[in-house]
Design a protein around this ligand. Structure first.
Ligand code: NAD
Ligand code: WQD
Length: 343
């Protein structure tokens, strides 16, 4: 199948492109490179032996989307493109509504313009907000606490209504928990701009000597070791979840599914697992809780297994080993001279 992958140069998109290409699909990456590096495309080619088609474009540009979908005869779209910083969404909410909501609307309009009827959308466990019960099932009430989270819920609602009102428009909404890890080759990985706000890339930068210590945000939560608990899921498992979802759209018109492991790990669990994976101590200090953080959440994964036959297979140790391989071989991420690129 020929698939447009919006945001295909980003962290999760690039890993998904590899799994798609390895499964025999053709991909057209559509990305404005606002949060990614063109080097990613070369690395995808090195890993798969196939150069993906790339279009530099913005998902707010309906005419360009229409042209690209038609010219390349795309049969489906996986839609990763968007902005994802919770903190930035608080200071720049309109930027988030424009990129995430308007961008998704333009994409669906363009798909309708040319008759492309299969869409997989990147949503987030953040749509649930503070858990009322655990594990989080797909029907848990939704109450996102940030503008970012609300943009995801608005798009989910819009897509639900599009699916209900449009015959044969097939949509899979995937709610990711905490994606971490990197491709096993160590050639592609997570490369945040500036200071990482997420835990795993922060730990990795401490391990490689770019930062002195990890700040652990709170050790007084009502969890076994007092630190926050999350459901970390390996990005390659997440990528294969997209393939299963795409296949499932041949059988079902609409689905909303969690992609997580179903297991919670604390901040200290992750620090210890990373330390074991890289063979070094990871210095940390306890600091105040981060505003907006909840104590604990993890997925109920029954529906993903039942509908998609999908389960995450990689453990916390694999997530840390793979992250360390990427970070130690690419200490400054993609922003390096070609001669220093990972061998
Ligand atoms: P990322 O920033 O690495 O990738 C997003 C890609 O989209 C980047 O390559 C960026 O350049 C591109 N992009 C952004 N705005 C665009 C626009 N207007 N037009 C075209 N391209 C644009 O992020 P990621 O971690 O790979 O996340 C991918 C998707 O998954 C996002 O929608 C994100 O909200 C969602 N998600 C991510 C996480 C996470 O923790 N990483 C968790 C849940 C959901
Ligand atoms: C994990 C745990 C922190 C950094 C975010 C988004 C969510 C989704 C995934 C997109 C928490 C603690 C963190 C640090 C720390 N993204 N922590 N020191 O907050 O669960 O989810 O990414 O959809 O929407 O909110 O992930 O990696 O930031 O934090 O102690 O330097 O690590 O308090 O307990 P989070 P995270």
């Amino acid at each position: 199948m020929k698939i447009m992958v919006t945001g295909g140069a980003g962290y999760i998109g690039s890993h998904t492109c590899i799994e798609l290409i390895d499964a025999g699909h053709q991909v057209v990456i559509f990305d404005n490179f606002s949060n990614s590096n063109v080097e990613v495309v070369r690395r995808i080619e090195r890993i798969t032996g196939t150069a993906p088609l790339v279009v530099r474009g913005d998902v707010r540009d309906r005419d360009l989307l229409t042209t690209v979908l038609a010219t390349h005869h795309c049969e489906a779209v996986i839609h990763f493109a968007g902005l994802k910083s919770v903190a930035e969404s608080v200071s720049h909410p309109l930027l988030y509504y424009e990129n995430n909501v308007l961008g998704s609307m333009r994409l669906v309009q363009a798909m309708k313009d040319v008759g492309v009827n299969k869409l997989v959308f990147s949503s987030s466990a953040t749509v649930y907000g503070d858990p009322i019960f655990l594990p989080l099932t797909e029907d848990h009430p939704k109450s996102p606490y940030s503008p970012y989270g609300r943009t995801k819920l608005v798009v989910e609602d819009m897509l639900t209504e599009v699916a209900q009102s449009t015959e044969d428009f097939r949509i899979a909404i995937l709610r990711y928990f905490n994606p971490v890890g990197c491709h096993a080759s160590g050639l592609i990985g997570e490369d945040p701009l500036g200071v990482p706000s997420n835990l795993m890339p922060f730990i990795a930068q401490v391990a490689v000597g770019r930062r002195p210590h990890v700040n652990i945000f709170g050790n007084d939560y009502s969890t076994p070791d007092g630190t926050g608990i999350r459901d970390y899921v390996h990005v390659t498992d997440l990528a294969t979840g997209h393939l299963r979802a795409l296949e499932h759209l041949g059988r079902q018109d609409f689905l909303q599914v969690n992609l997580g492991t179903g297991r919670g790990s604390s901040v200290l669990d992750l620090v210890r697992a990373f330390s074991k994976a890289c063979g070094k101590d990871i210095p940390f200090v306890f600091s105040a809780r981060r505003e907006g953080d909840v104590a604990s959440y993890y997925a109920c994964t029954d529906l993903a297994h039942q509908l998609l036959g999908w389960r995450a297979t990689r453990k916390l140790h694999d997530m840390c080993v793979d992250t360390w391989r990427w970070q130690s071989r690419n200490p400054n991420g993609y922003d390096i001279a070609p001669s220093q690129a990972s061998a």
